[in-house]
Write a protein that binds this ligand. Structure first.
Ligand SMILES: [Zn+2]
Length: 404
């Protein structure tokens, strides 16, 4: 029986929280001294738990069981946003560590743990998991710099651990499971303890350029203007109205990176650029909504006040998680938290996205109090942290029993 030690779980979470601790939050950006201190602490904890700490060339840290073929890889990331919470990522890594320990104590050493490098995008979002899963070529990102101008190549060259870095073949693992805080309101609003993620949303970006006529703001009458900001506002409003009636239950859309040129009050603006991001768990709906935005732009352009150019750029397909793993998690949740769990969609991206393209993967969520995350207020009740790990441990135990 894989028996989770709740004190050990909460103590390890509290200890990791101290590294880069900032009030109630944590500042541990990828590849900074505090991030490396945190991951060196993890490496020691892995070793104390009888797991061999292995760093791969991009700086992912694995804890591999000494003997036998690892069966299930459990983990997440331990870096944070520039202002982060104490559980985002760390929860999944420490859950993996606790389940690996508990499984060994139960005589079933088939669990490996991972802390993926730079999930939060200091150099590139999901950097470590995307390189490990082969989606992002190692050589392609070495000359990236962070916002302080540090080059990834130099940072990796300065890490003594990486002198003995080893490739860790994904073939070692039959499955990847990531526990994570929900970072949203669904579970907390419903007073539920567990979310079993069925799909991680896909994403499309529509680049928008609204072209008007730059002119004097004092002398150009209102009925003779071709104002790129007013054109953008009309477009954004029409998109919002259309999407509200055509969206699915999990669709979200956001306008960002809005720039106005020239950005002055005495000039009728000649150009507005923006980016529309759409997220949804279904590819067909993503395609439909992106096409809808393009046709709205064409309709507005046809009226002649402004011209709106669009281009559908980033297309990230949704990541459906493995049906067998999902139902294993679901039955453990129903057994241990009857009536207090649900199947759900993840609107946030996680390391499980790239990993799910190369092996069966699953995710389990615990509630975030008031849905807060990527801020110092981020928190989860201790009982929920323990319950999530217990449910995941029970699910992993049935997987281990299935394939000895
Ligand atoms: Zn995270």
């Amino acid at each position: 029986m894989v028996e989770i030690n709740s004190t050990r779980l909460l103590d390890d979470l509290a200890a990791l929280r101290q590294i880069g601790g900032h009030g109630t939050g944590v500042v541990r950006e990828a590849f900074t001294a505090t991030d490396l201190e945190g991951r060196r602490w993890l490496a020691r904890r892995f070793a104390e738990a009888g797991l061999r700490p292995v760093w791969d060339p991009i700086g992912n840290l694995f804890g591999l069981p000494p003997t036998g073929r690892p069966l299930v890889l459990i983990g997440s990331h331990s870096d944070t946003q520039p202002e982060g919470g104490w559980l985002d990522g760390s929860y999944g890594v420490i859950c993996g560590l606790e389940i690996a320990r508990a499984a060994q104590e139960a005589g079933r050493p088939g669990i490996a743990v991972v802390s993926f490098a730079d999930e939060e995008g200091t150099f590139e979002p999901l950097l470590g998991s995307r390189v490990w899963s082969g989606e992002l070529p190692f050589s392609a990102i070495l000359d990236r710099t962070d916002r302080n101008g540090r080059r990834l190549r130099d940072i990796l060259a300065g890490m003594p651990e990486l002198i003995t870095a080893e490739q860790v073949s994904p073939q070692l693992f039959k499955a990847y499971i990531e526990a994570h805080i929900e970072q949203g309101l669904v579970l907390d609003d419903a007073d539920e303890a567990i979310g079993v993620v069925e799909t991680i949303v896909g994403m499309q970006h529509v680049e928008v350029a609204v072209i008007g006529d730059q002119n004097h703001a004092g002398t150009t009458p209102m009925n003779r203007r071709h104002d790129a900001v007013m054109g953008f506002v009309a477009f954004a409003h029409a998109v919002d109205e259309a999407f509200r009636s055509e969206a699915g239950p999990s669709t979200v859309w956001t306008f960002g990176r809005v720039t106005v040129s020239p950005n002055a009050t005495s000039i009728v603006p000649g150009r507005t650029d923006a980016m529309l991001q759409i997220r949804d768990p279904e590819q067909a709906r993503l395609n439909h909504l992106a096409a809808r935005a393009v046709s709205i732009a064409e309709n507005i352009s046809a009226k002649g006040a402004v011209q709106i150019r669009t281009q559908v750029t980033a297309k990230l397909p949704p990541a459906p998680l493995d049906a067998t793993l999902v139902s294993t998690l679901a039955s453990a949740a129903e057994r241990l938290s009857p009536g207090l769990w649900r199947r759900m969609v993840s609107g946030a991206l996680h390391d499980a996205v790239p990993v799910s393209r190369i092996m069966p993967s699953a995710m389990l969520f615990v509630p975030s109090i008031a849905g807060r995350s990527h801020c110092f207020e981020e928190d989860t009740r201790p009982g929920d942290l323990v319950q999530g790990c217990t449910v995941l441990g029970a699910a992993v135990e049935s997987l281990l029993l299935l394939s000895p």
